[in-house]
Design a protein around this ligand. Structure first.
Ligand code: NAD
Length: 243
């Protein structure tokens, strides 16, 4: 029985991934930061469907809380086979010069340092076992850059650099590290957009529609599977052909 830890799994892509991995037979460790009720509800849903899941609270940006969380997951569910670094925040769109130093720190704290904290905590046991999968959720903006999304794009680009370098460092230990770069996905992260804005955006997407959290979850499951055993250091875009 394999164990997956999914950060930011109380909603959106993380929630869809928790359900998909549970359906595949994984023990699912659901990380949440503030939304305990939502995390409990996805956990209950998985259990009612015969799956195995538990919830674990931690702000991924807080390294000591992450260490405690990993110990708690290992204690309850055994060593972590798959880490899905999904938790992320998207600041309001705006000109780079309108953001403060604190804004920069907060975006980087969650979107890249949080991923590093979680990876740092799971790697020693993965190295001992000579196996493991780390999958980081980046964004197409981390590949091509987005106007008025400079902080988010920069942090997501850092996720790609982190993924590629860590993949090379950990490959001799039998651990793969990959990234998924979603495009425009229908989650709360985009709930501030009007229906009109969404429609306009879809006109630029070759597949002519917004993606679903479930479609990203399928990609995460693939990268975690044995079917992806020879894939490492890659960034898989899930964007309907946008970039
Ligand atoms: P979402 O806002 O619905 O979910 C993000 C989750 O991360 C939430 O559950 C939130 O509570 C959690 N989170 C935020 N900060 C945290 C912290 N410090 N510690 C622990 N958990 C924290 O958004 P989503 O669309 O599901 O996003 C998931 C990932 O996908 C993010 O990394 C996001 O940047 C990325 N992404 C999303 C889109 C999109 O269009 N929705 C596109 C590209 C990339």
């Amino acid at each position: 029985m394999k164990t997956v830890l999914i950060t930011g799994a109380s909603r959106g892509i993380g929630r869809a991934a928790a359900k998909r991995f549970a359906k595949q037979g994984y023990n699912v460790a659901i990380n949440y930061c503030k939304s305990k009720g939502a995390a409990e509800s996805i956990c209950d849903e998985i259990r009612q469907n015969g799956g195995r899941a538990s919830i674990f609270c931690a702000d991924v940006a807080d390294n000591s809380r992450v260490q405690e969380m990993i110990e708690a997951v290992e204690c309850e569910m055994g060593t972590i086979d798959v880490l899905i670094n999904n938790a992320g925040i998207a600041p309001k769109q705006g000109l780079f010069t309108d953001f403060s130093e604190n804004d920069v720190e907060s975006v980087f704290a969650t979107n890249i340092f949080g991923m590093m904290n979680c990876a740092r905590a799971v790697i020693p046991k993965m190295v001992s076992k000579k196996s493991g999968k780390i999958i980081n959720v980046s964004s197409i903006w981390g590949i091509c850059g987005g106007s008025c999304e400079v902080l988010y794009s920069s942090a997501k680009a850092a996720v790609i650099g982190f993924t590629k370098s860590l993949a090379k460092e950990l490959a001799p230990s039998g651990i793969t590290v990959n990234a998924v770069a979603p495009g425009f996905i229908d989650t709360d992260m985009n709930s501030h957009l009007s229906e009109e804005d969404k429609k306009l955006f879809c006109e630029d997407i070759p597949l002519q529609r917004i993606g679903t959290a479930e479609e990203v979850a399928e990609t995460l499951l693939f990268l975690a599977s044995d079917s992806a055993s020879y894939i490492t250091g890659q960034v898989l875009t899930v964007d309907g052909g946008l970039i």
